[in-house]
Design a protein around this ligand. Structure first.
Ligand code: HT7
Ligand code: ZN
Length: 865
């Protein structure tokens, strides 16, 4: 296995001005002819041309019309010697999309052919310099059977299509924008289509075309609306317009990730594109809207301006997630949006940053690039940009973005170029800030406070620390923006200014840029209540011992909705920690403060649904240095039951009052109500199982949407009663033919205390509808089991680890990208106490011992061992 290092970057020796591709799609094989217009970047030099290639059979090689013999085909590529400074090189290769189970390159997805080229899938299609800094103009001809593949799509504009002999036809596509090969796409198949229109501010008429399986066309409407909303949003907020006459999106049932931003031809996982009330939950609708926006925003942040090399992935991904989050904050309730972002970060990125695969937002090395499409590169990358915006101010940030677009349009650039553009536009100095891109790990911010009644002085002592990570033993302090506010004892804002040696921005943000510092307020009439890390102003862990009453006051009085929610979380987490160390009484007192504050809130407020959704076991374990699984499970249970007891009186009333109007609509008000209903039912199952079962049965029978049906199943999911099996069976009988609805069903079963144990999971994997060719199904069962079923995975006898490892091994031979994501829960072994850690290691060693294990899985497993 070969490790690639950022420090080894070298500019390409050859550029490709033009690329012509000809696809001859046949039964069982495809012939790809590629003609590259090559130019040496330094004329007069002699180096050989190296083209990447993987799993290709070379049929011919021609240079300027003459057969060329001075070349070698080796592991991973084609080396061509003796080429002139400029020439036209043509290769023909044979590939077998129907046998491609890795779903990278050109592959069969049911009856269609589709491509996935990012990061390095293009080399499975043809010989090419498969790196993002080689930009080329593409002209693509696709030839195929006309009845089997009536629709032939690629990037850009269709400039010609015609019938050929023998029932075949062809289409010619030309993309006027130079692009890296990872943005190339091709689709061939028979689809149902939904079209729309969009006119840009400057008057370009854009045809919007969405394609899905036959019979699925009516599920494309929400995606089309979302696309139009996103296009308008980018014009209003960033002044960015679309730049082609057509925008195509195709739904693929077998897809390794969520979606792909190929220029002018996005390809989406069906789960991120199709939405109707029976197959998408409210959360699913939100995913569709967010992913549509994300892929659309890539047109400027990713496509027009792309990455110089894959170490710069966060240049496009962190920035595009940030833009997607801003969009989501304008179209959803902003408070709920921010709470969800932070929950996601804590559930996935924080553990990653604390585990063996911890890496900086800009990694310094990798073996398999696919392993670095991570929560760190995406979500922490977005947080880093958010902090930059906080530091330079909103207007400065926007000017910086304008500089970025002006300076770098049409280029492949680095994160350094991005930061320099923000500096140029805002006038700020971000030299110290850059460390956020280079250091792995989650900083810990400790706050201690002191009240001096005699002088009316409130003083904070702040401290930051960052633990060593692999390859980074010594860490430096980073500038951490801390948004703070003081409240008086009746909940009003205290307006006196903070005094500190630290820099402060205009909007009450203190920048902690050193290991230790002090902040104080003077002349106060009474002890204030501090709120810190408002809006989650930095991706850090916070340690601050605060009285229960203060947190309860913030739950009531904070006007920053995130901080308000967070005050409740801090009570619950502190209670969990108390119970974990045996102090149940203290924990219960905190939970009682929490319940009282929740009960005193208007149940129609969206935050109530968020509070009632008690942290998962995995969220509870975040930040624990050592995890004693059995103790964690006991404490988790105590917290859940205590909250349910404490709110017993409210639960049923709130459940009944949250009934939504019919028919189902995906809108904020209905969605909040359904969320509250689901949470109430879930808690009710803890303390009054009979009532919960009765309500759930009724809900399942009468609901007109998947969100409520899932709420019903989730409520009975952990109850070992015959009704549980009956309700799950009833759902499966009705929705057996709906893959997306059944994925949700598999997901719930995977986390069930009854069915989601190793024997039950193995039974589900035997079902005829468990299909390893469809990553959604594998993720629904084993992804959910590994990532979200803490008690199931960590069975004391190790059978959960064994089951997961078996599936990793099976999937590795078929689809290494999926396998290398499934294996990750096993790598958290260093935090797990006792015999379990040894059992986890045994499974990792068994995986590592597999002959021809993929580089994808090997990289992850080796980091853990
Ligand atoms: N840029 C894309 C990342 C990606 C991907 C997508 C689908 C299948 C395989 C993939 N490998 C990398 C998705 C995005 O961030 O928008
Ligand atoms: Zn992206």
């Amino acid at each position: 296995t070969q490790v690639k290092y950022l420090r080894d970057y070298q500019a390409p020796l050859f550029l490709v001005d033009q690329t012509q591709l000809h696809f001859d799609i046949r039964d069982g094989e495809t012939l790809v002819t590629a003609t590259l217009e090559l130019a040496r970047s330094t004329p007069g030099t002699q180096e050989a041309l190296t083209l990447d290639g993987d799993d290709l059979t070379l049929l011919s090689l021609v240079v300027d019309g003459q057969p060329w013999t001075d070349y070698e085909v080796g592991e991973g590529g084609l080396v061509v010697n003796g080429l002139p400074d400029r020439c036209q090189l043509t290769t023909q290769v044979r590939i077998h999309p129907e046998q491609n189970t890795a779903l990278e390159g050109l592959y069969a997805c049911g009856p269609y052919l589709v491509t996935q080229c990012e990061a390095t899938g293009f080399r499975r299609i043809t010989y090419f310099p498969d790196r993002p800094d080689v930009l080329s103009r593409y002209r693509v001809t696709i030839e195929a059977d006309a009845s089997r593949y009536p629709t032939l799509l690629s990037n850009g504009n269709c400039i010609e299509s015609r019938s050929l002999d023998g029932g075949r036809h062809e289409a010619v596509w030309e993309d006027p924008h130079p692009k890296p090969c990872y943005l190339f796409a091709l689709v061939a198949g028979a689809f149902e289509q939904l079209t729309g229109e969009y006119t840009t501010t400057s008057g370009r008429q854009v045809s919007l075309e969405l394609y899905a399986d036959q019979g699925q066309g009516q599920r494309l409407g929400f995606a089309l609306e979302s696309l139009i909303e996103s296009m308008r949003w980018d014009e209003i907020h960033y002044g960015r317009e679309y730049d082609l006459d057509r925008y195509l999106i195709v739904a693929a049932g077998a897809f390794n990730m969520g979606a792909m931003e190929n220029k002018g031809l996005n390809i989406f996982n069906t789960s991120c594109l199709l939405a109707d009330p029976d197959t998408a939950t409210d959360a699913g609708y939100r995913v569709v809207r967010d992913v549509i926006a994300h892929e659309y925003f890539h047109n400027w942040t990713g496509n027009r301006i792309t990455c110089r090399d894959w170490f710069q992935l966060s240049l496009k991904e962190g920035l595009t997630v940030f833009r997607e989050q801003q969009f989501s904050e304008t179209v959803n309730d902003p408070a709920v949006a921010r709470v969800e972002q932070v929950r996601g970060l804590r559930a996935f990125q924080f553990p990653e940053d604390a585990g063996p695969m911890a890496h900086p937002v800009r990694p310094e090395s990798y073996v398999e690039m696919n392993n670095f499409y991570t929560a760190t590169v995406y979500e922490k990358g977005s947080e880093v940009i958010r902090m930059m915006r906080t530091l330079v101010g909103e207007a400065g940030f926007r000017r910086g973005m304008d500089v970025y677009f002006d300076r770098h349009d049409g280029q492949a650039v680095t994160i350094e170029d991005f930061v320099a553009a923000i500096e140029a536009g805002s006038g700020a100095d971000l030299s110290a800030f850059r460390i956020w891109y280079a250091q792995a790990g989650t900083p810990l911010v400790q706050v201690r406070d002191q009240w001096d009644a005699s002088t009316g002085t409130y003083r904070l002592t702040l401290n930051q620390q960052l633990a060593a990570t692999r390859g980074q033993p010594d860490k430096k302090p980073a500038p951490i923006p801390l948004s703070v506010a003081l409240f008086d004892q009746s909940g009003g804002r205290v307006s006196s200014p903070a005094q500190s040696e630290l820099r402060q921005t205009d909007d009450g943000v203190i920048v902690l840029d050193r290991p230790n510092a002090q902040v104080q307020w003077t002349g106060l009439a009474e002890r204030p209540v501090l709120s810190v890390l408002r809006g989650f102003s930095a991706p850090v862990r916070l340690h601050f011992e605060q009285p229960d009453a203060d947190l309860a006051l913030l739950m009531r009085a904070e006007d920053d909705a995130f901080a308000r929610w967070e005050a409740g979380q801090r009570l619950i987490h502190a209670a969990f920690a108390d119970v974990l160390k045996g102090d149940d009484a203290r924990g219960k007192a905190r939970l009682s403060a929490f319940c009282q504050a929740v009960a005193a809130t208007d149940p129609e407020a969206p935050i109530v649904g968020e509070w009632l959704d008690i942290p998962s076991t995995i969220e509870f374990t975040d930040g624990l240095e050592r995890v004693d699984v059995d103790a964690v499970l006991v404490a988790d249970n105590v917290v859940r039951r205590t909250v349910a007891e404490g709110l017993r009186e409210q639960l049923e009333a709130w459940y009944l009052a949250a009934e939504t109007e019919r028919p189902y609509r995906f809108d904020a008000q209905q969605a909040h109500r359904r969320r509250r209903r689901a949470a109430c039912l879930q808690l009710m199952a803890q303390v009054d199982a009979d009532k919960a079962v009765a309500l759930a049965s009724d809900l399942l029978a009468t609901a007109d949407n998947l969100t409520d049906r899932m709420a019903a199943l989730a409520a009975v999911n952990d109850l070992d009663r015959p009704e549980r099996a009956q309700l799950f069976q009833a759902f499966a009988d009705r929705w057996a033919d709906e893959a997306l609805a059944m994925d949700k069903w598999f997901q719930l079963q995977a986390v069930s205390a009854v069915q989601g144990l190793p024997a039950g999971i193995a039974e589900l994997a035997q079902r005829p509808d468990y299909d390893r060719g469809v990553p959604n199904r594998v993720r629904a069962l084993f992804g959910a089991f590994g990532q979200r079923h803490f008690a199931g995975l960590h069975r004391g006898n190790g059978e959960g680890y064994r089951l997961l490892a078996d599936e990793v091994l099976t999937m590795d031979a078929l689809n290494p990208q999926v396998a290398s994501r499934l294996v990750r829960p096993l790598t958290q072994l260093t935090r797990i106490e006792g015999e379990r850690a040894r059992l986890m290691r045994t499974e990792l060693e068994r995986i590592a011992a597999k002959q021809d294990l993929s580089a994808d899985v090997r990289e992850i497993v080796s980091a853990a061992l």
